[in-house]
Every structure is written in structure tokens, then in C-alpha cells.
Design a protein around this ligand. Structure first.
Ligand code: DGY
Length: 322
């Protein structure tokens, strides 16, 4: 029997290609970059499935030229690269990779929070530049983390994993804002209190963003929201570029309207707003919150399971638009 043809849209672990090749005829992108829409469309000719990452965009324009496509399996939990209504209209299933990256991403949330509050990269640059000549009582004095108030915006699985670390590990008071309030038992187990967005911004010492990107979460944090925050506060964006107005944030950092920020995601990444590169009080990382080899393998394995589940058992594991 002929194997169904699928496309692997980015370079990936060799064992993923081997596993998929057992069930499918595989064409894979060997370049270290995403294909353009035109090239992706051309490569998808005759393909029934695609193994994708969050950088591969699927929209009506692409789908109009891919009549054979049945499923796009993302190896990321975020799926703002998918236009789901357009996919549903075209009869194309989307799947994502939730759960397997939750704890790793929450760990990184704390890495970024600690690095930002305690000025880790700024002080390292100072040392590497040969500027460390003597001890000083206030040298790179940063903000306290333990015992402070953490405000989490977006309280899904990752938000809850961060809340647990904050309350149990760092003795923080956790407040959160989310589209819907958690049930009392869950709030109690993660020791988090629901508040309005304005109250969160005004009272949190550290604000962490872990909400999904959509048209309604675009610029959740802009100049008006930054103006509500404490001047000593830090802002951490682990979620998606576009949730923060990066130009407004750069200005708030430059004028010290807020103390510092830690950003793993950016509007228009991999481009970074040049103004962010000029301010010292920001820690910048290239979208690596889920990047441990174990977790990236698990994310890829879930995308494989979705493709195999869909074609061999008519049962994808984590369907977004079944
Ligand atoms: C995700 O899974 O959404 C992470 O941001 C990695 O892309």
C-alpha cells in the first residue's frame, strides 16, 4: 500500500524523521528557516499532512492552493500561526502540543524572573567588559523576589505551574487574572487569588504574562497598563510577541516607569524592536522557554502521535478543531 505523503516543515530530531518515515513518505525541510508561504504551498502539493512549528503560518491564502492537505500538526502549544476558522472551512485539522512543556516553561519563567529582578545579565555584561574593580554596597542591587506579590495574567496550565513554584518555593503571594476564574479547589491548591487586571497591575511586584495570543489579547500590556504598574515592578513576557506593545515597553524601561523586564517573545520576532536593544534594564532571550532537549523531544513526539493517530487510527491526540 502506498504511504501517505507528509511534509516536515523545519529541521527536526533525526529520530522524528525516522519514526514518520515508517508510516509516511516524508519530504523534509533541511534548511534552518521556515519556507515562505509560496514555497510552503508548493511543497505541500500532494501532501496530506504537515509536521509544523509555531513559525509556519497556515491561513486561507496557503490553504487555497493545498487541496490534498488534511492535517497540520504543530510541535508547540501555542497555535497563533494557525487560522483555525480558515482551516475548519478548508477541512484541515490542526493539532498542538500541550502539557509536555508545562513544567519546563514554568521553570524558565522563574529563570527569567530571577535574571530580571536580580539583574543577572546586566551584571555579567559589566564583569565581561572588565568594569568590576571593587565591591560596592549597591552594586547591581536588584528587586526582591521571595515574599513579594506575583501577578500572573493567563492562568492555564503554565500559569498554574508558575503559581505553584511562586507560592511553595518562593513564599510569594500570587494574584492572577484570566478570562475565566478557576474553581475554588484549584485556586486553593495553587494558592492564587483572582483579581481584576487593573488591581493586578497596581499591586503586583512582578507581572508575568502567560496568556495565549489572539486578536483580543493583542497589546494586553501597552502604555496605559505600564502606567498602572509600580515603578519598582518587573514585567515578564513568556507568552507571545504582540501581547506587549514592545515600543511602549521600551519607552517605559528607558524612562524607568517600571524597573525592568524579561522578554522571551517579541512582536515580529525574530526581529526585536531596536529600542529594546538600547535599554540596559531588560533581559532578552530568543523564544527558548520550552527549550530543553527532553521537552523539545516530547513536543515533537506529540506532533508525531497526532499525525500517526489521525492517519492510522482516525484519532489525533490533541485536536484543536475536531
Ligand atoms: C510553544 O509551544 O508555544 C512555545 O512557545 C514554543 O514555540
Amino acid at each position: 500500500m502506498t504511504k501517505p505523503a507528509i511534509l516536515i516543515c523545519r529541521a527536526i530530531f533525526p529520530e522524528v524523521v525516522e519514526q514518520l518515515s515508517q508510516h509516511f513518505t516524508v519530504e523534509s525541510n533541511q534548511a534552518d528557516a521556515s519556507w515562505s508561504t509560496e514555497e510552503l504551498q508548493q511543497r505541500l502539493q500532494g501532501k496530506v499532512g504537515a509536521f509544523m512549528t509555531g513559525t509556519d503560518k497556515v491561513n486561507a491564502a496557503l490553504l487555497s492552493g493545498c487541496p490534498d492537505l488534511k492535517i497540520c500538526a504543530n510541535m508547540s502549544v501555542g497555535y497563533n500561526n494557525f487560522d483555525l476558522p480558515a482551516m475548519t472551512a478548508a477541512g484541515v485539522l490542526g493539532t498542538n502540543a500541550p502539557d509536555v512543556l508545562t513544567e519546563t516553561t514554568a521553570d524558565f519563567g522563574f529563570a527569567l524572573l530571577m535574571a530580571t529582578a536580580r539583574r543577572v545579565t546586566e551584571s555579567e555584561h559589566f564583569l565581561r567588559a572588565g568594569k568590576w574593580t571593587h565591591w560596592r554596597y549597591d552594586l547591581f542591587a536588584g528587586a526582591e523576589v521571595h515574599g513579594t506579590t506575583l501577578g500572573i495574567i493567563g492562568m492555564g496550565r503554565i500559569g498554574q505551574a508558575i503559581a505553584r513554584r511562586a507560592a511553595l518555593g518562593f513564599g510569594m503571594q500570587v494574584i492572577y487574572h484570566n478570562r475565566s476564574r478557576l474553581d475554588a479547589a484549584t485556586e486553593d491548591s495553587i494558592k492564587a487569588r483572582f483579581v481584576g487586571k487593573e488591581e493586578l497591575l497596581k499591586t503586583a511586584d512582578h507581572v508575568m504574562l502567560v496568556l495565549p495570543y489572539s486578536a483580543s489579547s493583542h497589546h494586553t500590556i501597552g502604555a496605559a497598563e505600564l502606567a498602572l504598574m509600580k515603578p519598582t515592578a518587573t514585567l515578564i513576557n513568556l507568552a507571545r510577541g504582540g501581547i506587549v506593545d514592545d515600543a511602549a515597553l521600551a519607552e517605559a524601561l528607558r524612562t524607568q516607569r517600571i524597573a525592568a523586564a524579561g522578554l522571551d517573545v517579541f512582536e515580529g520576532e525574530p526581529s526585536v524592536n531596536p529600542a529594546l536593544l538600547t535599554v540596559p534594564n531588560v533581559v532578552l532571550t530568543p523564544h527558548i522557554a520550552s527549550a530543553t532537549i527532553g521537552t523539545r523531544r516530547a513536543m515533537a513526539a506529540l506532533a508525531v502521535d497526532n499525525l500517526v493517530g489521525f492517519f492510522l487510527h482516525h484519532k489525533p491526540v490533541t485536536a484543536l478543531n475536531p
